[in-house]
Design a protein around this ligand. Sequence first.
Ligand SMILES: [Zn+2]
Length: 228
Amino acid sequence: MKIIDAHTHIDYITPIFQKDVVGAVCCATQESDWPKILDLMKVDNHIYGAFGIHPWFVEDVNDDFDKKLKQLLQSNSNYMVGEIGVDKYKPDMEKQMDIFIKQFELAIILKRIVCLHCVGAWDKILRVLKQYNKENLPPIIVHGFNENEQIMTQLLQYKNVFFSLNKNSVYGKNCRIEQIPQNNILIETDGKPDAILSELIDVIAKRKNKSNLPEIIYNNMQRVLNNE
Ligand SMILES: [Zn+2]
């Protein structure tokens, strides 16, 4: 089995720690992560770097962060944008939205994969998505997808949206894994050492009754990375 972790962080680099994992998307949460991820990518070519400001960290963001982010993204056409988004349970929604939109627009202009974080604010995210031409939207990795079928259906009108499942999605009650189209599923640790990806994939394969699901999930991630 070959697995790519669709969402982890600098403190838990999956290919080093887990069997079968051959690559990982390493998401920044704040500006101080950016140089650390760049250093890691220099020594490990299985790491795909995503750069941005996480909604939990918008308070101490520098005014010129978007200028710096743009420069960094322009230095390598493979760099992704993430982890960006909104979180209803964290302070300053207005600032969260402002920072999210700035970064999302950079991703559109520069045609970059987006690693999206959304908790309790899908109405806001869907309103933003509607403002753009569907054809211009980059691939979006919805991290830790754990929502009902209604939200899934609304997101599926965008052909480039992928649902990255973590431990909570697989073992929780919200997410109707049986309903998610197999070609839109990815898998992630979210930097949690107790999320063993091969086990999570096994559970999903059983629930969907698809023995070749490991290959499908791997190929889905290749499609995201190659922007096909
Ligand atoms: Zn994360």
